[in-house]
Design a protein around this ligand. Structure first.
Ligand SMILES: C[S@@+](CC[C@H](N)C(=O)[O-])C[C@H]1O[C@@H](n2cnc3c(N)ncnc32)[C@H](O)[C@@H]1O
Length: 290
């Protein structure tokens, strides 16, 4: 583990597990909730998910609405993994997908080590509860990642920001990047009432283009299924996304009150796999978010 200012990261938790100490001797306390905040420098310009957004996401996910996605994602990530390899979940949120991954791994002979990264401490508090054996780090994925080069067998990104240069640096040469994105029409039935933005058709092309200098595209699979949502589910779906930053919960409750008791909506996802190109990574790369 390295401090944010260090150039050559190597993961090294101390044995008593009350702190992480980097090679330069910087110490980062493990919060009593089980995560470690490495963002000790000047604040980042990214706005972390709020407590309300994280609570909405937790409620929606634990209701099981995205379980088919989590299971298919776990199969994709575990496919070809060897014992005790590292999986990094960038933008892990409440840790839901990592939890399902570990559950799926428990049914195989493959044990998985994992690191969850997220900029929101509210998300990581829940992630640390869900995945006590995962190293959960508050970190900005647009910064050089505090993970040694060529150590991860898989990097997973579910609806979260992507730093292609850094993902490629931390992946083993035969590792994989697995990205989940919503497809056009995802939850379209509730887009209007929740004020959620529609998914652009060119998003998949944008994904490939954004990774093209660092990754080659591998297999991709689409997943589509029907959800039955209560009014609370619809409100949570709205609050847990980017629109959650500016939605007023009370106004949202008024809008969903007009809905039937159950709303049928269609979930549409794509799970895309990418392989790192062979590039010389001498130093961690920083890429701006713009
Ligand atoms: C839409 S949520 C997805 C969370 C999780 N992957 C899931 O699907 O349940 C996006 C997540 O990315 C995190 N995030 C946003 N910007 C980030 C950044 N610059 N660095 C790290 N995490 C970030 C947010 O805090 C949030 O938890």
């Amino acid at each position: 583990m390295t401090g944010p200012a260090d150039a050559e990261p190597t993961a090294k938790p101390v044995e008593r597990a009350t702190a992480l100490i980097c090679d330069s001797g910087h110490s980062f306390d493990i919060a009593r909730q089980g995560y470690v905040n490495l963002l000790t420098g000047p604040g980042t310009r990214f706005i972390p998910d709020t407590w309300e957004m994280v609570a909405a996401r937790d409620g929606f996910l634990t209701a099981g609405h995205y379980l088919p996605l989590a299971e298919q994602l776990a199969d994709t990530v575990l496919d070809g993994l060897e014992n005790d390899q590292l999986v990094v979940d960038a933008g892990t949120g409440t840790g839901y997908y990592l939890r399902q991954l570990h559950r799926a791994a428990d049914n195989t002979t493959v044990a998985v080590s994992s690191i969850g990264l997220d900029i929101s401490k509210y998300a990581l508090r829940r992630a640390a509860r869900a995945n006590p054996d995962t190293v959960n780090l508050v970190w900005d994925v647009w910064q050089p990642l505090p993970i040694a080069a060529a150590t991860a067998a898989a990097v997973v990104v579910v609806f979260a920001p992507r730093n292609p240069a850094e993902f490629a640096r931390i992946l083993q040469p035969d590792g994989k990047l697995v990205v989940v994105t919503p497809l056009p029409g995802h939850l379209a039935e509730i887009a209007e009432v929740t004020g959620m933005l529609g998914i652009q058709g060119d998003k998949q092309i944008g994904l490939q283009a954004s990774l093209s200098g660092f990754f080659s595209a591998g297999a991709a699979s689409d997943l589509e299924y029907t959800l039955e949502l209560t009014r609370d589910d619809v409100a949570r779906a709205a609050l847990m996304g980017p629109a959650g930053h500016h939605l007023v919960p009370a106004q949202l409750q008024d809008r969903v009150a007009a809905l039937d008791e159950r709303t049928v909506a269609t979930a549409r996802f794509q799970i895309s796999t990418f392989r790192p190109l062979r590039l010389p990574f001498q130093t961690p790369a920083i890429q701006s978010a713009s």
